[in-house]
Design a protein around this ligand. Structure first.
Ligand code: ADE
Ligand code: ZN
Length: 319
């Protein structure tokens, strides 16, 4: 039996497996510049975050209808459940779809078809987190939040993702303030490729409750001490870090040292279709390669529920 865990860092568009991409392409009459799923999978060789994002956005062309988004989310939830995920806080990137003429309502309603049935179908509770693309403008983020207003009963929080360097958190101060006023929870990617200062800024300027990645905090001992003191969760994604070359090899990953330092670390999959593993695969990889013992693995599982946006009673049921 896999360890029950909560997944807190998962881009639903990053769960698009090559086989499903081809199925949706055929359904929607979209031509993909790859002969088949096997050839597409061979393109999953990345030099950095941007080279991944280029393919990630390109493949989204196959996602057009509510049914497509429902199928995507349902496939993820089935795979996640099989690996021990009992609760998933799921990112989506509305601007990547509205820019292609797909309405935000199509995205949210489609995802909701799967998420609304997830507890009954898969035994996985869910939350939805709307992410702004940080390489788009602050105005575009504000427009996206405005467009999301009819769906806020389905959206728990906001996040910030896409190309990090050159797009510091401060750029999104206003949209985070507005979202906080609407009662939305706040997270942001920071310190994946960007410097430790972006983590500090995400905390101080955006008021985030959780930092996605946060890996580069290890370069700043004072920041580590603050994250420990304030019990700020970090949603780490070890296999993603290897595939996007933010660490040289998994054996070099600072997760064990981060746990030793007292950081509230969680282990997640980020974009599992692209990075070679779902949440349980990430747990297996760190157990095998980093030599984490049973106690550390249980700590990571416990942290994932502590760091989630579940209410206390829901948390107890999910654990
Ligand atoms: N969007 C999808 N995956 C991402 C990642 N690892 N970093 C930033 N933006 C992303
Ligand atoms: Zn991510």
């Amino acid at each position: 039996m896999p360890l029950p865990i909560a997944e807190l860092h998962l881009h639903i568009e990053g769960t698009l497996e090559p086989e499903l991409a081809f199925e949706l392409a055929a359904r929607n009459g979209v031509a993909l510049p790859y002969a088949d799923a096997e050839e597409l999978r061979k393109a999953y060789e990345f030099a950095d975050l941007q080279s991944f994002l280029n393919l990630y956005y390109e493949l989204m062309a196959v996602l057009r209808t509510e049914r497509d988004f429902a199928d995507l989310a349902d496939a993820y939830l089935a795979r996640a459940a099989a690996q021990g995920v009992r609760h998933a806080e799921i990112f989506f990137d509305p601007q990547a779809h509205t820019a292609r003429g797909v309405d935000i309502g199509t995205v949210v309603e489609g995802l909701w078809r799967a998420l609304g049935n997830s507890e009954a179908e898969h035994g996985v509770s869910t939350r939805l987190i709307l992410c702004f693309l940080r390489d788009e403008s602050a105005e575009s983020a504000l427009e996206t939040l405005e467009a999301a207003k009819p769906y806020l009963d389905r959206i728990t929080g906001i996040g910030l993702d896409s190309a990090e360097v050159g797009h510091p958190p401060v750029k999104f101060r206003e949209v985070y303030e507005t979202a906080a006023g609407l009662g939305l929870r706040r997270v942001a990617h920071a310190g994946e490729e960007g410097p430790p200062e972006y983590i500090t800024e995400a905390l101080d300027v955006l008021g985030v409750e959780r930092v996605d990645h946060g890996l580069r905090c290890v370069e700043d001992p004072e920041l580590v001490a603050r994250l420990v003191r304030e019990r700020i969760p970090l949603t780490l994604c070890p296999l993603s870090n290897v595939r996007l070359r933010t660490v040289d090899t998994l054996a070099d990953h600072p997760l064990p040292a981060m746990l030793d330092a007292g950081l509230l670390c969680t282990v997640n999959s980020d974009d599992p279709a692209y990075f070679g593993g779902y949440a349980g695969d990430n747990f297996d990889a760190v157990r095998r390669t980093l030599g984490l013992g049973e106690e550390r693995l249980r700590e990571l599982a416990r942290n994932s529920f502590t760091a989630s946006f579940l209410e206390d009673d829901e948390e107890l049921r999910a654990r």
